[in-house]
Design a protein around this ligand. Structure first.
Ligand SMILES: *Cc1c(COP(=O)(O)O)cnc(C)c1O
Length: 357
């Protein structure tokens, strides 16, 4: 199968080979060294300050979203949430569940957040701001410079879910004054799902120290303490952490985060150029390089997904909920080449010939 979903995505050979090996014992100096390398490279690629820290959670991206909410906010906070789709809605659900006072800015599908929308929230007693910088469900990438400036002006602690945007779009954690950045193993890191990553700025670390977490597994205080010796409180997904290590070193050897981002940019641009003659409409006001969200004008999105899966050996990313029939997404993350874009576009053209598109 050729995989154009947004995760899990295709892994490179080095990562796949590690998956075939025995998983080693991990309470060793050798594994601690690997964890320290993972922390250093994650900080470097997120462009975090030198005194930032990184926590690796065994659990998917949502686990790190929840761990963050539980460790940096409490009932005395008041946070603003950008809700432009299912991932924004997830932050709303988490604040509800954990009794964090919040207001949400609800956006229409495909629409960006504007400076005008933020105006009414200036000097309004908020303490935090939660955003999924790329709302993967609709393929909308928000203006993080504008959000960062708003948070700096209003002294808000900024939490950025960059799960699908990390290594796909430019991001500078220190310059943007981001308190917490979250990502996951199965998106641009192109490893199996199972690990998510929380990068904490010094302000973020302080918030963790100041809050008592009412959860043993997601206690970031404990995670930070263990991390000092390159370890985790409990058995992590050891194999995936080894795969992440190989992948981070591969990115570093190829020139670092900016080179990796440029690879995704090239793939996305190539694909967007190749579909110009197809009966497709792009349905986002501002796209991430990670995903192209498409409304097919002549057929059901869900049927296109199924035909490509069953008859062409290609996975594209279906949408759920209200958009299931009208929108599908093409991911540009993971081990893909421009030749793979051609294969996909040729499949679309063949479907067109068969009267299916
Ligand atoms: C994929 C993704 C997540 C994490 O989802 P999980 O299924 O928990 O890994 C969170 N936020 C965004 C924006 C995502 O794209």
């Amino acid at each position: 199968m050729l995989n154009f979903t947004v995760g899990p995505v295709q892994s490179c050979d080095i990562v796949r080979e590690i998956g075939a090996e025995q998983v080693p014992y991990f309470r060793t100096p050798e594994f601690s060294k690997i964890m320290r390398e993972n922390e250093a490279l994650m900080k470097k690629f997120a462009k975090a300050s030198g005194d930032s820290r990184v926590v690796f959670i065994t659990g998917s991206g949502t686990a790190s979203m929840e761990a963050t909410i539980m460790n940096v906010f409490d009932e005395t906070d008041k946070v603003l949430i950008v809700n432009g789709g299912s991932f924004g809605h997830r932050f709303v659900q988490l604040c509800e569940l954990h009794h964090i006072p919040y207001d949400e800015i609800k956006l229409k599908t495909g629409k960006v957040l504007t400076a005008e929308m933020l105006e009414q929230y200036e000097n309004a007693g908020y303490t935090g701001f939660l955003v999924n910088v790329h709302e993967t469900s609709t393929g909308v990438h928000y203006d993080i410079d504008m959000i960062s400036a708003f948070c700096k002006r209003n002294n808000l602690f900024l939490v950025v879910d960059a799960v699908s945007s990390f290594l796909a779009d430019d991001f500078n954690m220190e310059a943007l004054d981001v308190g917490v950045m979250i990502t996951g193993s199965q998106k641009a890191l192109a490893c199996p799902p199972g690990i998510s990553v929380i990068v904490l700025s010094p302000k973020g670390i302080n918030r963790v120290y100041e809050h008592k977490c009412k959860c043993m597994y997601f206690d970031l205080n404990d995670a930070l303490k263990n991390g000092e010796r390159g370890q985790t409180p409990f058995t992590p997904a050891v194999g995936i952490l080894l795969q992440i290590n190989a992948r981070l070193k591969e990115i570093e050897a190829n020139g670092g985060a900016d080179v990796e981002i440029q690879k995704v940019v090239n793939l996305a641009e190539d694909f967007r150029n190749k579909i110009k003659d197809l009966p497709f409409e792009i349905v986002s006001e501002s796209m991430s390089n990670a995903v192209t969200p498409i409304h097919p004008l002549t057929a059901s999105a869900k049927e296109i997904f199924e035909i490509l899966k069953d008859e062409y050996g290609i996975w594209i990313c279906p949408n759920g909920g209200e958009l299931a029939e009208t929108v599908f997404r093409i991911g540009h993350l993971g081990n893909l080449r421009v030749e793979d874009n051609t294969t996909l576009v040729n499949a679309f053209k063949d479907m067109q010939k068969r009267g299916l598109l």
